[in-house]
Design a protein. Structure first.
Length: 440
């Protein structure tokens, strides 16, 4: 897996991702303490609203940002957004009113809504080999999991030496370091944006996403992931403290078990995906999520909950990690950034459904019933994915393009006749294409 780090450009981008993630983790801890300083016992309501603002920014702004990013050099775009995030983090320690928190969180997440999809869409351009790209996706998954473990521990250590506003300083340093690393490498220029007006360019990614069966299946899998993930994130503290009568260290241990399961899957996936296609691997992960949620009411002690979250984390990463591979093969390079932005927006829309459902159901009907509600939501997503993403979509059909000139970029990339998995674009408006019937 580590062999992909021999690529200097990816090595710098991966380091930028890791450093920025640690900085973001420190900000998460500091933001909770800031909310307590401003709102006292109402801190939970403040944080809940801030989380909703984050999701709204992600869902609403990422397609717009993707349309703009296609017209700006990638280094300038990514570096500039990192500088904006650093400036917002620098301002956060000085706020004194709740509305100021909300305004700055919106600015921070608006910048992230532009940064993250553009960053993700850059990786397949610098790692065109699918095996290398899969290793990079697994490393990215590991980075997210390690951040969830390392950042709280680092924050706890720093808080023994400094007060919590200093944690935002770590966030500023993280974003500045990320900007510096991004600007030290050459990044492929974004391809020419799609023709059409601003609205057409803004919605192009979502329209392509919803027109592609494998991505409609991915959207359903996003719902299953959000159902399980929201149960872990929202209700772990309630299960451990209210259900088991334990303390904060046990909450951390439970969340660490989820991260450990996710890391185990990330280590396994590069080799696993060399043997089996993405579809059965991702569907198997979704089934694991459903089974884990169904078993939730039987977790009556901490070891059982940790085992449950370990399985949940494994299934979570099994679904999440190959996502980039699906997006990569579903669009040509010039349309890929808008597709990543569509995934970013639509997946967070699923979280926007799952977060409040997990929290409100837990308070209204109790945790055992909430496990079953979230299991039903995850099962719905899994069944929809199975129906919407037929296995035949992944069959590489031989076909020709008799209407294209020999020097067309598609024919320069692929021999004639050639084969590839289903893709919906101007060259392949239907699948199987008419030419496939003659070339088969």
């Amino acid at each position: 897996m580590l062999s992909v780090l021999s690529n200097r450009t990816w090595r710098h981008l991966f380091a930028a991702q890791v450093i920025a993630l640690v900085g973001t983790g420190l900000a998460t801890v500091a933001l909770g303490l800031l909310a307590w300083r401003i709102a006292g016992e109402n801190a939970g309501a403040v944080l809940g609203t801030a989380l909703a603002i984050k999701m709204v920014a992600y869902v609403g702004l990422s397609p717009v940002a993707a349309a703009l990013a296609a017209r700006v050099p990638r280094r300038a775009w990514l570096g500039g957004l990192d500088l904006i995030r650093a400036a917002v983090a620098l301002a956060l320690p000085f706020v004194t009113e709740v509305w100021q928190v909300y305004a700055l969180i919106f600015l921070l997440q608006a910048a992230s809504a532009g940064f993250t999809p553009a960053f993700q869409a850059t990786i397949p351009d610098i790692l065109p080999d699918e095996a290398d790209y899969t290793r990079a996706l697994s490393l990215s998954r590991l980075a997210y999991d390690l951040e969830s473990l390392v950042s709280p521990m680092l924050a706890a250590a720093l808080l023994t030496l400094v007060s919590f506003p200093a944690l935002f300083g770590g966030t500023v340093i993280g974003f500045l370091a990320s900007a510096a690393l991004v600007t030290t490498v050459r990044l492929p220029a974004p391809q020419a944006p799609a023709a059409g007006g601003a609205w057409a360019r803004t919605t192009a990614g979502i329209r392509r996403y919803l027109a592609t069966p494998r991505l409609r299946g991915l959207l359903a899998l996003n719902l299953a992931v959000a159902a399980a993930g929201a149960m872990v994130i929202v209700n772990t503290v309630v299960v451990v403290k209210a259900g088991f009568g334990l303390g904060e260290p046990q909450v951390a241990l439970s969340l660490a078990a989820f991260g450990a399961g996710s890391m185990a899957a990330a280590f396994m996936l590069p080799r696993l995906l060399e043997r089996i296609p993405d579809r059965p691997a991702m569907l198997a992960g979704a089934v694991l999520l459903v089974l884990a949620l169904l078993a939730g009411p039987m977790a009556s002690a901490l070891p059982a909950l940790m085992a449950l979250w370990l399985v949940t984390g494994f299934g979570y990463a099994l679904v999440q990690t190959p996502t980039g591979r699906l997006l990569r093969r579903s669009a040509p390079a010039e349309e890929r950034p808008t597709l990543f932005a569509a995934q970013f927006a639509l997946s967070h829309a699923c979280w926007l459904i799952a977060y409040p459902l997990a929290g409100r159901a837990g308070a209204a009907i109790g945790l055992p019933a909430t496990f079953l509600v979230m299991a039903a939501l995850a099962a719905l997503g899994t069944l929809l994915a199975w129906r919407l993403w037929p296995a035949s979509e992944e069959t590489a059909l031989p076909h020709v393009h008799a209407d294209l000139p020999p020097d067309h970029p598609h024919l320069r990339e692929h021999a004639t006749p050639h084969r590839h998995a289903a893709i919906r674009d101007a060259l392949h408006p239907d699948w199987p294409p008419e030419e496939a019937r003659h070339a088969a």
